[in-house]
Design a protein around this ligand. Sequence first.
Ligand code: B12
Length: 181
Amino acid sequence: MDPAEIIEKGLAEGMNEVGIRFERGKLFLPHVMMAADAMTAGVDALKDLMPEGASGSKLGVIVNGTVEGDVHDIGKAIVSTMLQSAGFEVHDIGRDVPTKNFIAKAKEVNADMIGISALMTTTLQGQRDVIELLKEEGMRDKVKVMVGGAPATQAWADKIGADCYAENASEAVAKAKELLL
Ligand code: B12
């Protein structure tokens, strides 16, 4: 099987099911943490089997991170891995990332696009903060912005002026190609 398919249709589906049972009070936080660790280990094992990406020329430079105050990074890590294996140069700056660090990294690596993840309704605003800071720094025209994470929607992306929203990692790859190629 294609490793990307194992991640999306196997591991991520399992993680979603754990999320649903957690919401219904059938599973508790330690179970979610165990499932998250298992998912991270699974993705790590599969990473090496993913194609290296288009050899030679890179499709574009992307900075990807999870907003400040939010420690959820499994989905974001999958997005980074899939973008990388599709041939993009990806700089994953981790989770709970201060707004200014997105901008600093984008400047440092001369990014074509910033990916911003948020998994909680309470941290979603962080995506808007990054876009506003990009405007203040006069960089908005040069850098595309892609947002994602469970509470994000196309309507939210439109509202905050992001260039695109993607629901999952394969959609993120397709939309990044649309925007950058
Ligand atoms: C695993 C998990 C955790 C793990 C995270 C481990 C880790 N390293 O990430 C742990 C146990 C640490 C955790 C902690 C907490 N969590 Co939690 N967690 C989850 C859970 C169950 C699953 C998230 C996940 O990994 N899903 C699997 C991945 C593959 O899916 P995904 O993240 O959605 O990513 C996909 C897409 O969204 C998209 N995507 C993601 N990022 C990006 C970025 C870009 C640019 C793009 C284009 C696309 C994209 O592509 C991904 C791949 O397809 C969710 C429930 C849920 N339904 O989402 C709750 C959930 C997000 N957590 C929640 C909460 C409340 C918390 C805590 C506050 C709990 C607590 N009481 O302490 C803390 C948060 C602390 C903090 N400050 O951040 C709530 C948030 C509620 C809200 N306000 O919105 C949820 C919804 C559960 C719930 N119903 O209560 N959590």
